[in-house]
Design a protein around this ligand. Structure first.
Ligand SMILES: [Zn+2]
Length: 426
């Protein structure tokens, strides 16, 4: 019944949004929160959404909302985030916002009469790239996090979150959760997969079951700084000790994933700081982070305990201290307490998405998300689902991020069909 929104149109929209970026020589999108670029993109979206006849507003956390108000008690909310990482891609976040806009435009053009209000949201600061405030807008709005938990956040230029927000016209003291979550009959987010699975399976659509568990920790290994000439066997060398921990971890991860078509668990050491930085001295300490993700919480927990055991054993043997601190895990991001489970999406909405894909004649598969998304702050409170489309070579957070226009078209069509199906829900 509905005409299809062409992939070329969606790609063109994404290119237009990508122009709101700090210019970089590397060609990627840099749109950080509370910046001139972000404000410009909000103004563009506001104009476009207002022209569609929507009521556009911003909440206390600077999330952008556009409501097709049909005077219903409940709403179907569609959207994603509008920020990027530094030198990121054109599709991450933006696709969910553009897709939502085009879906509403198409429904209006088709003279569709919704039973629910249809709302678009463009979340502020999902990436946390400036202040380490991952899922900022959706966490504040949903009440997953109080803004006071972010009170010490400072960017690399020394600007505090409070100052940056104030410069954009927002006061952190006034940021609060909405008490209107019960109005949401459904939250649907279209997003690129950011991984290789759909492309490798030649599959059009991912029906996302939820967000994998994600444990994050920071390890500080403190040894004793000695000259490289110190030849004693009693060197308290935190670097070699860490190398041993990593080697054990790598081997165990490899074993856990061996024989499975897709990894069950992923481990990333993303930050490594070594102090002293001299060619002829054993550094006194090394600080490194570990990010463990899996759809199997007990496997991830087991792996984490193994790392702890290794760190303690090796540190004791080498005669130095090791400190372990927890960084935000999936429960902190989702505002839940049970770390033994992934963040699960709504089963009814998942079948709506798979039915929508089937109706469109697209291949689809059920899959967990390995990345965090705004949807995880909503999922414990509101019926939530996500739709994934393939990412070229699984690349994301890079200027090379790419999704074929045909895949954009299929993803937006599935979003549109899902909205119509969700509209039949109570
Ligand atoms: Zn994203």
């Amino acid at each position: 019944m509905n005409r299809i929104i062409s992939g070329a149109t969606i790609l063109h929209d994404l290119e237009s949004l990508a122009r709101f970026s700090v210019p970089t020589s590397k060609g990627g999108v840099t749109r950080l929160p509370w910046t001139y670029e972000d404000e410009q993109v909000v103004l563009l979206l506001t104009d476009t959404l207002t022209a569609l006849g929507l009521q556009v507003s911003r909440d206390t956390a600077n999330n952008l909302w556009a409501v097709w108000d049909v005077d219903a008690d409940r709403s179907i909310v569609i959207g994603s985030h509008r920020d990027s990482v530094p030198n990121g891609g054109r599709f991450d976040g933006a696709l969910g916002v553009i897709g939502a806009m085009r879906v509403i435009q198409q429904l209006k053009a088709d003279q569709y009469r919704p039973r629910h209000n249809i709302e678009l949201v463009a979340w502020n600061d999902e990436e946390g790239a400036r202040f380490g405030t991952t899922l900022f807008g959706s966490r504040i709005y949903s009440g997953a996090t109080q803004v006071t938990q972010f009170s010490d956040k400072i960017d690399r230029q020394g600007t505090s979150l409070a100052e940056a927000a104030l410069q954009a016209g927002y006061s952190v003291e006034k940021m609060e959760a909405t008490n209107h979550l019960s109005r949401m009959a459904a939250y649907l987010e279209l997003h690129i997969e950011q991984g290789p699975i759909l492309e490798r399976n030649h599959c059009h659509i991912g029906v996302v079951s939820g967000i994998n568990v994600q444990f994050r920790e920071r390890f500080t290994m403190r040894g004793i700084r000695v000259h490289a000439a110190y030849s004693g066997a009693d060197r308290a060398d935190p670097i070699f000790a860490t190398a041993e921990v990593w080697h054990n971890l790598m081997t165990t991860i490899h074993q856990a994933n061996h024989g499975y078509p897709y990894p069950r668990i992923a481990a990333t050491v993303g930050q490594v700081d070594v102090h002293s930085h001299l060619i002829n001295a054993v550094p006194p300490d090394i600080i490194w982070t570990l990010d463990l993700r899996s759809d199997d919480a007990s496997l991830a927990q087991e792996m984490l305990e193994m790392v702890h055991g290794n760190v303690e054993r090796i540190a004791q043997r080498a005669g130095f201290n090791a400190e372990i601190t927890s960084v935000d895990d999936h429960t902190v991001l989702a505002g839940t307490t049970d770390s033994s489970q992934p963040i699960a999406f709504d089963p009814v909405l998942q079948s709506i998405v798979s039915d929508a894909a089937r109706d469109g004649g697209y291949s689809f598969q059920h899959m967990a998300s390995w990345a965090g998304h705004d949807a995880m702050a909503l999922a414990p409170r509101v019926p939530t689902a996500m739709i994934f489309v393939p990412s070229y070579k699984g690349l994301s957070h890079t200027p090379e991020e790419w999704t074929d226009p045909m895949d954009l078209e299929r993803g937006v069509d599935v979003l549109l069909r899902s909205v119509i199906k969700a509209d039949t829900l109570p």
